[in-house]
Design a binder for this molecule. Structure first.
Ligand code: SF4
Ligand code: SF4
Length: 208
């Protein structure tokens, strides 16, 4: 956009009064929020913490946690290896190797032979989800992400598809889940290959 573009809207910074320049209104506003929470816990009995892991925190609907790779109606990975998510990713933590789709996959030219996300480099901004033209990648409500090594936190395609299986009922796809009878783990995810191998519980983020 050029500087003389008529659609350019200039926003002037608001002029602060002398009182506002002391930052007292902002400080008092912050203290009021803290006080409200303290009173809510002390008087109203409204807990602000949970006894994790015995109690599980339920994140808000728009929480951005561990990624999943969605499957289509035939149980295939939805991704068409367009690379838009990897291009949009500000943390450069998505690595995709695309391959020519098999002839029987007549709805696409390519599929991801390999799809890897480094969950430790990710800043959970959601740009990949925004960029995807086919709703193939989504961030889930999984937050209890643990591992004993850096390698465990690098999620490959199998693991990302397993997150889909784990979360698809609780968190339907934005574009609608495939019918349960068709989203079978035995469906081919690779051209001519077997269904997804099951990941061990040590490989997976826990969720109860
Ligand atoms: S959430 Fe953001 S940082 Fe993480 S993989 Fe997606 S685009 Fe990259
Ligand atoms: S997940 Fe979506 S944006 Fe990323 S390569 Fe696959 S189709 Fe493209």
């Amino acid at each position: 956009m050029k500087l003389d573009d008529p659609n350019l809207k200039r926003v002037e910074p608001p002029k602060l009064t002398l009182f506002e320049k002391t930052y007292l209104p902002q400080i008092l506003g912050g203290l009021a929020v803290t006080g409200r929470h303290i009173l809510g816990a002390a008087v109203g009995g409204k807990a602000i913490t949970v006894q994790y892991p015995e109690e599980q925190h339920v994140p808000s609907a728009n929480y951005r946690g561990v990624h999943r790779l969605n499957k289509d109606e035939q149980g295939r990975v939805k991704c068409v290896a367009c690379m838009l998510c990897a291009t949009a990713c500000p943390a450069h933590c998505i690595d995709i190797v695309g391959a020519t789709a098999p002839p029987e996959w007549d709805d696409r030219e390519k599929y991801p032979e390999s799809f890897v996300i480094d969950e430790l480099r990710c800043i959970y901004c959601g740009m990949c989800e925004e960029a995807c033209p086919v709703d193939a990648i989504e961030l889930t409500g999984l937050y209890d992400l643990t591992g004993l090594s850096r390698e465990e936190m690098i999620y490959d395609k199998t693991k990302l598809l397993s997150v889909f299986d784990m979360t698809k009922d609780a968190e339907p796809m934005q574009s609608g889940n495939p019918p349960a009878t068709l989203a079978l783990p035995t469906s081919p995810l690779e051209p001519g290959g077997p269904g997804p191998r099951s990941s061990s519980s040590a490989d997976m983020p826990s969720r109860s």
